[in-house]
Design a protein around this ligand. Structure first.
Ligand code: ADP
Ligand code: MG
Length: 572
């Protein structure tokens, strides 16, 4: 885990080296200071040469100034290093999430992903900065200070070292508890995030059921759990730092008394006593630092662990090693004995489906909801991979194609159109990034959006609210259609694109869709049988698979399931 963590330093090697060297110089200067004080008291003061004292002070002033400059560098560059690493990780994780397959998004809460990409990484940056640097400096200062203390007075130095194991034990003990506490805390804040995400995206549902109070209570529970987890962490932290404080101060008192006695005896000069006490501080400081590190380490590592957990989730649908780029498909789609289920434990949704759609054909799928129509269509762009059997387009197995080239040839218009925050133009352009204004306007025209956009004061530059809520279903639908005109794919999937519309809007959309599906292989899933009258072929899907297929009139004549559906709809 640590080794993996260090790989993130590689791109910032130089920054790290500069920062590290400056930190070492600062530490050496700090280590030398008590020696200078001792010399000042024992050797310089008794000479009584005032001018010498002034010169020494001026010299010290320059050393301090240099040290201040170096400390600034250490601080700034160190944090820069940390932030760089944090940003790299965040970018990497985002890219990884982009690669994930549908099943990942089916099973993952948005809030949890958000947490991992934001909060979880906060402490990693700090750890990356402070970790190796502080650890090295602390060990170096500790050894240096102890060595000098031995040269001043062996007895005092040995007494000092006895305290160290106690301090280390205290720190190690709290570290274990802290580790646990931070991990808890991260889990809880992720829950809070998930709750916020849920209730904001579902705000309309919440309000229409007037369940605000219920949501508030649920949020309070999670928020309190987070508070509790964080409090536990802080409590452990408080105990540790108070314990350390008390131990070190008590000890300085011991040194002071024992040292004073040695001075009376004449075994220790007063300069040496002062220097020694200064060194006790120098010696304990690294322990303080390490304890701070030990607090930071579990925090950072808990985040890093969650980071790697997500990073190690392999996307389910991936390009084969020798995947080919298909330049342009005609659109002959064939399902061969396709079996597929969302969950291995449950009965598969599709069981040995055979189906053929010819290039340029318009095929309509009808049947009860939950039968698997959407599922059939999700398999064609490889949103999921089949469990058994195969799907091929133009006689090439889709698993042999690169995902990118396959999906770039399939356009999907769903009932739920997702609009991104941004302008209308940007939302249409999503169909073909980099499209010119003329292309966008042409697409809008063909999607019958022209009049609507012309009526808006800001036209194409109108901001679409978050998720496009300011637009009606029909308007959103037409934006999706405009996107498709830009994308211009040979294969088109219309999944209940007109189901939620009123009859008048449906007529306009139907016109746009008919135009869109010209010269394309089109798969239409529809509830309203009127919308599929124009299909070349109708496929009736039930829970047992494909029940019947054929032309509209042919199926009516046959008097099977479709004929029944038809009758029910036209009677009501
Ligand atoms: P249709 O489009 O014909 O209404 P679907 O293809 O959406 O039917 O659904 C077929 C079955 O698969 C249903 O039982 C549904 O509950 C299940 N299902 C659909 N999508 C998912 C999913 N993302 N995860 C798990 N089960 C799913
Ligand atoms: Mg469906």
């Amino acid at each position: 885990m640590i080794k993996r963590f260090f790989t993130y330093y590689r791109p910032h090697r130089n920054l790290f080296l500069i920062d590290f060297s400056c930190a070492i110089i600062v530490a050496i200067l700090e280590l030398a200071f008590p020696v200078v004080v001792q010399w000042f008291i024992d050797d310089l003061l008794p000479t009584g040469k005032w001018s010498l004292i002034v010169w020494v002070s001026i010299g010290l002033l320059f050393v301090y100034m240099a040290s201040t400059g170096l400390q600034f560098i250490v601080n700034y560059l160190g944090h820069k290093l940390g932030i760089n690493i944090e940003t790299d990780m965040r970018q990497q994780l985002f890219q990884h999430v982009q690669k994930q397959s549908f099943r990942f998004f089916d099973n993952t809460k948005t809030g949890h992903v958000m947490s991992r990409i934001t909060n979880d990484l906060f402490d990693i940056g700090e750890l990356a900065h402070h970790g190796p640097e502080d650890l090295f400096i602390a060990v170096m200062t500790f050894i240096g200070a102890f060595w000098i203390m031995l040269t001043i007075n062996v007895q005092l130095a040995l007494i000092t070292i006895v305290v160290v194991p106690f301090l280390v034990w205290l720190i190690a003990f709290s570290n274990i508890r802290m580790n646990h506490a931070w991990k808890e805390m991260y889990g809880k804040i992720a829950d809070v995030n998930a709750r916020v995400e849920d209730s904001v995206s579902g705000a309309r549902v919440v309000q229409s059921f007037t369940n605000e109070k219920f949501e508030i209570d649920r949020f309070r529970t999670d928020n309190r759990k987070f508070r509790k987890a964080k409090l536990v962490a802080y409590k452990v932290m408080g105990y540790t730092s108070s314990g350390i404080y008390m131990m070190t101060r008590l000890f300085i008192l011991v040194v002071l008394v024992y040292g004073a006695w040695l001075t009376f005896n004449g075994t220790l000069s007063s300069g040496e006593l002062v220097a020694f006490i200064l060194y006790v501080n120098v010696l304990f400081k690294p322990i303080d630092k390490i304890s701070a590190l030990l607090e930071l380490y579990p925090k950072g590592m808990a985040g890093f662990k969650r980071f790697t957990e997500l990073l190690d989730m392999e996307p389910e649908v991936e390009d084969a090693k020798d995947a080919i780029t298909v330049p342009s498909l005609r659109g002959d789609i064939r399902f061969d004995h396709v079996t597929f289920g969302y969950d291995d434990k449950q009965k598969p949704v599709l069981n040995g489906i055979d189906l053929q759609v010819h290039a340029g054909e318009t095929v309509a799928f009808v049947g009860p909801s939950g039968a698997g129509k959407t599922t059939i269509c999700s398999l064609i762009p490889r949103f999921y991979d089949v469990n058994e059997g195969s799907i091929s387009i133009d006689d090439i197995d889709i698993r042999k194609m690169t995902k990118e080239s396959l999906r770039s040839q399939i356009g999907i218009v769903q009932q739920d159109v997702f609009l991104f925050t941004g302008t209308l133009r940007e939302n249409i352009e999503y169909g073909m990034l980099g499209a010119t204004d003329e292309q966008i306007e042409e697409a809008a025209k063909r999607a019958h959006l022209e009049d609507f956009i012309a009526g808006l004061p800001e036209g194409y530059e109108t901001q679409v609210g978050e998720r496009g809520l300011k637009l009606s279903g029909g308007q959103k639908q037409r934006i999706a259609i405009a996107r498709m005109f830009l994308k211009n794919p040979p294969i088109l999937i219309l999944d209940e694109a007109t189901s939620a519309l009123d009859t008048e809007t449906e007529l306009i959309i139907q016109k746009a869709l008919t135009e869109l599906s010209k010269n394309r292989t089109t798969l239409v899933i529809a509830h309203r049988l009127a919308t599929i009258r124009n299909a070349d072929r109708i496929v009736v899907v039930t829970e047992d698979g494909i029940a019947e297929q054929g032309g509209h009139d042919e199926l009516i004549e046959k008097g099977g399931i479709f004929a029944n559906l038809h009758q029910v709809q036209y009677q009501s």
